[in-house]
Design a protein around this ligand. Sequence first.
Ligand code: MBD
Ligand code: FE
Length: 311
Amino acid sequence: MSAKVFATKEVQDLLKAAANLDSPEGNARVKEITHRLLGDLFKAIDDLDMTPDEIWAGVNYFNKLGKDGEAALLAAGIGLEKYLDIRMDAADREADIHGGTPRTIEGPLYVAGAPVRDGVSKIDINPDEDAGPLVIRGTVTSPDGKPVANAIVECWHANSKGFYSHFDPTGAQNDFNLRGAVRTGADGKYEFRTLMPVGYGCPPQGATQQLLDAMARHGNRPAHVHFFVTSDKMRKLTTQINIEGDPLIWDDFAYATREELVPHVIEKTGGAALGLKADAYREIEFDIVLTPLVEGKDNQLVNRPRVSATA
Ligand code: MBD
Ligand code: FE
């Protein structure tokens, strides 16, 4: 079928009716966005001559996506979350904000409520035979190099199976395993004592992997560690580091890798004195530069539904 109907009065009236544009009531922003997205979809159906079978496959895909609880995972996998970063980076350049540690996506697996420790936190609760000890440490500063005191550095990462506590399908991990929070002192320093993570893979039977499969894409991430860094006086930073040497560093299904976020991994000894499970351990130094509030406000703070728990 090659007949084009999008531009007809009948279809344009249908779009307006569906978004209730002729009424003064309802949420104006919701109406504006719905009208635009629906219009773009209708146009694409016309342009690509999508069949009813294709449309119903798509509609039912949303049902599976919801049933699997994977909408935020899909957002990462289709580059939507990365796109928001690209836009925030551009806004920063426009506002002449430079010098901070680069942001990268939050992902869907954060859990609020990790216990806050002063300066140092050991965050591996469950033994993990296949993971060696890892220390991640650094200093939180402002762009002028001054330490930021009373910053809260939160981190979260996967175990040696690529699973996160609270989302582990094997049920093997306690709450807040491999999740922690540290308050910096006057020196701005933070340190996490933990275990080496392994990269994440999408649930193989889930909706996200189903779409990726159809496009011959994998659903894997390189080994990585997430961070939120907050302080009264600075903008919140959402970022991650990748574990140097992981073969997927430049092949991340969520597009989160950035050149500045692949710190060196150093081999060290003396782990026993730090309470690590072996004397030989790996260390990553990751210094974090926060940027100041804009007219007293964090102009890039993201509100989204997040899981929280009590430790
Ligand atoms: C992850 O661990 C992650 O960080 C992202 C972005 C998506 C899925 C799993
Ligand atoms: Fe992750």
